[in-house]
Ligand binder design. Structure first.
Ligand SMILES: Cc1ncc(COP(=O)(O)O)c(C=O)c1O
Length: 392
């Protein structure tokens, strides 16, 4: 550390120089991320309330009450009533919380297991590793959809929980949540839905008259949902969300913090000190955009998605991995050769996509910052790259 501090202007200059290597959303090159530029109004609110700490809610009663209100409102968006929960650091923490609850509720099981599909996010592997849970992964069919019979066959007396995904990371598909719920009916198995991405897409797709299967609290067996404001909610990082149907579960699985200045309380989060600003910012974003605002954003993203999909279908040598269901497009090769070289060539041109080697898919997420002109530029390089690799 320096002995004497620098002047603010000097620091700003150094920072500008050092952060030049970061990519920006507005450049369009970030095509494979589920995050985006937060809404400007959200940023304003975030800065204004940056010092709020929800890790000690007794000191910030107003912020804590706002979080309760926000969680309940999001719960209603997911067809729930009196939903409780917490804003988290992201989908990974929310999924961790779900797996911890599933294990906690079944302490009679000595070697607990969770059943997920092979398209479930890597955060489940991480959480299972932390929690010493065995993860059993169900196969997908040739259309990357969950093989429900295989899923069912993986359930046994050690199963404490099952997970359905509403918006898979690679392709944005929705697992048959109703079927999963039916399978566990009458069993003491916790059903969690990971809608980290889909949570702030599916309700609005439905309003746009897309054929959206039931995935949320309207399905009887669904006890908790992950849905992240910092993805399609346009919230400020970090803001994920964990939503829980039954308050009694918090009593059983919540962790008591005994020493806080604001007084004792029970919570589910992995972290202690916890930023209130993203929570308050998302409360404001929801109020500001309303159903109509979110629906307009999703509509625009879907228009870009369908445009891109149509153009990809015209390029020889590559094809859509599956018809886009939400604003995610997966590309694979027509002849089955590895997608890795295509990914590398595009990366050299500064197009940053997601790569899923297990599915041989490169993935674009058509977030609100992705504009049609970015897609036109991308398509030129995509076509050139497929020619160069002689895929066509
Ligand atoms: C379906 C799904 N769940 C969970 C996560 C993890 O979210 P985060 O990166 O916010 O922890 C992701 C991230 O892309 C995801 O796609």
């Amino acid at each position: 550390m320096l002995e004497d501090g620098l002047k603010k202007e000097e620091i700003l200059k150094i920072l500008e120089q050092k952060l030049k290597r970061d990519l920006s959303y507005e450049s369009g090159s970030i095509l494979g991320s589920m995050c985006t530029e937060p809404l400007d109004f959200g940023k304003e609110i975030y800065l204004k309330y940056i010092s709020k700490n929800l890790g000690d809610p007794g000191l910030f009663l107003g912020s804590a009450a706002l979080e309760v209100e926000l969680v309940s409102e999001i719960g209603e968006l997911f067809n729930g009533r009196n939903i409780i929960g917490t804003i988290t650091t992201g989908g990974s923490e929310a999924n961790f919380i779900a797996l911890r609850i599933a294990r906690k509720l079944r302490q009679d099981i000595k070697k607990p297991e969770i059943v997920v599909s092979k398209s479930a996010h890597i955060s489940f592997d991480k959480a299972a590793d932390f929690l010493n849970i065995k993860l059993r992964k169900a196969n997908l069919n040739e259309n990357f959809e969950l093989d429900i019979d295989h899923f069912e066959s993986l359930i046994n007396e050690n199963t404490c929980g099952v997970v359905g995904v509403a918006g898979t990371t690679a392709l944005g598909l929705v697992d048959p949540i109703k079927d999963i719920s039916k399978i566990i009916e009458g069993k003491e198995i916790f059903l969690h839905v990971d809608a980290a991405f889909g949570g702030f897409v599916l309700p609005f797709l439905k309003r746009l008259n897309h054929d959206v299967p039931q995935w949320d609290f309207s399905v009887d067996g669904v006890l908790s949902i992950t849905a992240d404001p910092h993805k399609m909610g346009l919230g400020v990082i970090p803001s994920g969300g964990f939503f829980l149907k039954e308050r009694s579960i918090l009593e059983k699985a919540g962790f008591e913090i005994p020493y806080l200045a604001g007084g004792n309380f029970r919570h589910l989060n992995l972290v202690g000190t916890r930023p209130g600003a993203p929570v308050i910012a998302f409360w404001a974003i929801m109020k500001y955009l309303g159903m109509k605002g979110f629906t307009t954003i999703v509509k625009k993203c879907m228009e870009n998605t369908m445009y891109l999909a149509k153009r990809i279908e015209q390029i020889k040598g590559i094809k859509l991995a599956t018809r886009p269901f939400m604003n995610i497009v997966g590309i694979t090769t027509e002849n089955g050769t590895s997608i890795c070289e295509l990914d590398s060539l595009l990366r050299r041109k500064n197009w940053m996509l997601g790569k899923f080697e297990e599915f041989n898919v490169i993935r674009l997420v058509l977030m609100p910052h992705v504009l049609k002109e970015h897609l036109e530029d991308f398509l030129i390089d995509l076509e050139l790259a497929t020619k160069k690799l002689r895929l066509n």
